[in-house]
Design a protein around this ligand. Sequence first.
Ligand code: ZN
Ligand code: ZN
Length: 411
Amino acid sequence: MITNELLKKYACLAVKIGINIQKDQMLVVNSPIECKELAREITEAAYKAGAKRVIIRWSDEIVNKLFYTYANDETLQEVPDYLVDQLKYIVEKNAAVISISAPTPGLFKDIDGRKMSLAGKAMSEKTNFYRKHMMADGAQWLVIAAPTYAWANKVFPDLKKEEAFDKLWEAILKACRVTEDGDAVKEWEDHMEKIARYNRVLNEYNFTTLEFKNSLGTNLSVKLVKNHIWGGGGEKAQNGVFFAPNIPTEETFTMPDRNGVNGKVVATMPLNYMGKLIENFSLEFENGKVVAYKAEKEESTLKKLLETDEGSNRLGEVALISHNSPISNMNILFYNTLFDENASCHLALGNAYTMNIKDGNTLSEEELIKRGYNKSCEHVDFMFGSSDMEIVGIKENGEKVQIFKNGNFVF
Ligand code: ZN
Ligand code: ZN
């Protein structure tokens, strides 16, 4: 069982390294009701670290499911003003935001995808200002995970309920480098320095294009935007505070050119999208756009994702992760992007991060798009790394540099 002490360490890591809460700053925690113990520990850790006020926004996926099941189309598209006001308040107060992810995989599998996209679209239109604020790192934000029984059962189907739950906690904490005797905060400081080094080296090369190849059939050329910036590990929010938006994280990532992706990519892990599991899929790109796709399972869900809007069938992120990483070495499929994306190189369909291009946070959206930035209300990561992945970078002068050999960074 997870001890109180471990939970405290995890909460402390979230507050100190994750969002690096500042004296008198407000903290908002988006927490599923199942994670109340963790939410309470985070609250205490935040107050002890100087937070002015901690607000918990509780949620419940079962209640959400009932909404999608019973609400009519009109109601699905209604976004209550008070919800919008709440987000405005969070932005105005420069609050840091921690979101605890404790999903129930497959919970929404019987829900009409059309209804979910109606509601999702209405919500993202009304709250676009908030998404923009967060994606541009207006203030510190963090996503961390906690297990649910249903999630644990999905990951460890052969174990008993409690056993699976404990084992998932164990795996989560291991992935986050939280141990009984270790100093997680110190370990994270070192880990982030390593990622910062990858960023520095890649930024120095300033590649125009990356070429990916493996035996599964991936043969993909990804043009990078001019003046792209490799980021990952920690970053600086617009309020000047250094923070780590994902715990765990192993990735170094940048911005592909929305018009410059060509070839085929074969996914190496299932994709959990809107509670549905898209399995064994591949995408083919031409001038940035997906022109063909295939999935053994949930192809219609993949189609829905690709057809959400103008940008959801183009790439907004390319991320590099050595195959030899703690998460990948555990050899567990978490059915959760936060972990699985850190096991493997990945791409994201949809919105790009403005931090990945020079002056990204000050350029107008129009100007950004001209430079190859992709805009979408989606940002969905999928994994395509493998133990035999080869990556070559092409420099501005045409020189080729090997970046990955047999799935790992060469430097
Ligand atoms: Zn990523
Ligand atoms: Zn991503």
